[in-house]
Design a protein around this ligand. Sequence first.
Ligand code: BTN
Length: 236
Amino acid sequence: MDIERLRREFPARRIEYFPAVDSTMRAAVGLEPGFVVLADRQTAGQGRLGRSWHSEPGSGIYCSIVLKPMPALTLALGLATADAIARSTGIVCDLRWPNDVMLGGKKVAGILVQVANGNAIAGIGINVNQTSFPEELASEATSLRLHTDAPLSSTGILLHLLPAIDAFVELDKETILRLFTRASSYAAGRRVTVAQPDGVIEGITAGLDPAGFLMVHKDDGTDTLIVAGGVRAAGS
Ligand code: BTN
């Protein structure tokens, strides 16, 4: 990653860089809105729901940005990530509600939003140049490299990602929900299973409610509002 180039291109941004860090999420706590934390390697990368994030050295983008909290932030960050990937590589990704960026049915990027000291810390992990994944992740994870002929530039993606985030967080919630619904094959008309606290439900997605939660029309004719993740394409 060419940090000096990023600093030159974005002189007003404060970019903290670590060759290795436990997690950019932890490193961003206490920083002011506008700060960007990047690492080449994370030794304790965090995923959602207490999971870890596989952070192979030098192969991925491990980034946390300090922002002001806002409605539908996770959805806006997914849109920004897919937009940056498309602009920098030409690869068009899908979005799986609420926070997974998908490619060929597998996850290529993940988003984690945490609140600390009244700020939102937006963590974005993008699998860029990995050519394989540990066995336990191989059926679920992919990288951009696995869908291209040549290695990709993480710097090139970041040059699009930072302005994309700035642009998407400026949008109002209704616009974010509309753009997400358009960009995501999971938002409506898709048969899914969803892990819920009282068991797995199955049904057809039926759009986002005004708060950005996912509506699922179950086979018994009733509707359920999904407020947290765990959505999978049925049969996958
Ligand atoms: C998920 O899909 O579970 C969210 C993954 C978020 C991973 C990123 S990598 C950069 C930032 N630092 C972390 O420790 N996690 C996020």
